[in-house]
Design a protein around this ligand. Sequence first.
Ligand SMILES: *[C@@H]1O[C@H](CO)[C@@H](O)[C@H](O)[C@H]1NC(C)=O
Length: 215
Amino acid sequence: MASLLIFVALITLSSSLAMAADHSTLQDFCVAESNSKVLLNGFPCKNPSMVQAGDFYFSGLHIAGNTSNAAGSRVTPVATTQIPGLNTLGISLVRIDYAPWGINPPHTHPRATEILTVIEGSLEVGFVTSNPENRLISKILNKGDVFVFPIGLVHYQRNVGNGNAMAIAGLSSQNPGVITIANAVFGSKPDISTDILVKALQVDKSVISKTQSKF
Ligand SMILES: *[C@@H]1O[C@H](CO)[C@@H](O)[C@H](O)[C@H]1NC(C)=O
């Protein structure tokens, strides 16, 4: 009897560990009612009888994003904000455009694994494993190549060609979230105290102030 209980406990534990993405749905769909005043994890459901095809639809992913910015890249998200029907479904999509030598700077998605495919051009991609190894796992990708960024890990892409590049990526959350490392560390509002960053990064105060002014 005791061994059976331990067995059941282990199965329960391992199945909860295996369900790290968004929760499974308990109904066909739960189209986001984004105007609702109710606050919960995700969005409340729109009345199913009022649901239309447009709730599951987005148009315009053939249009290149504007890459005229400091990083030289643009992410066009297609998540619950763009498609309310994605609410509770645990999946979303992005298009990423890169100017020549543009980067998608180091960032992490707190709620999603990402699977990216190159549609046009060539990209250097990489992610860094957790402490203490912090091993960089990187690769050059060409058109048609696919690469995975595991949930939570810091990753980046860089266009390594003289032409434009474009990728499409799927993410295992209806709302993956993005934390861009430089923006979080140097661009928080209000600023993280300079002396904390001086100690954390082991550089002069002037370097911190200059970096903060850029974010
Ligand atoms: C792209 O963004 C730049 C910088 O914000 C802006 O000046 C330019 O007009 C935009 N181009 C288009 C086609 O929207």
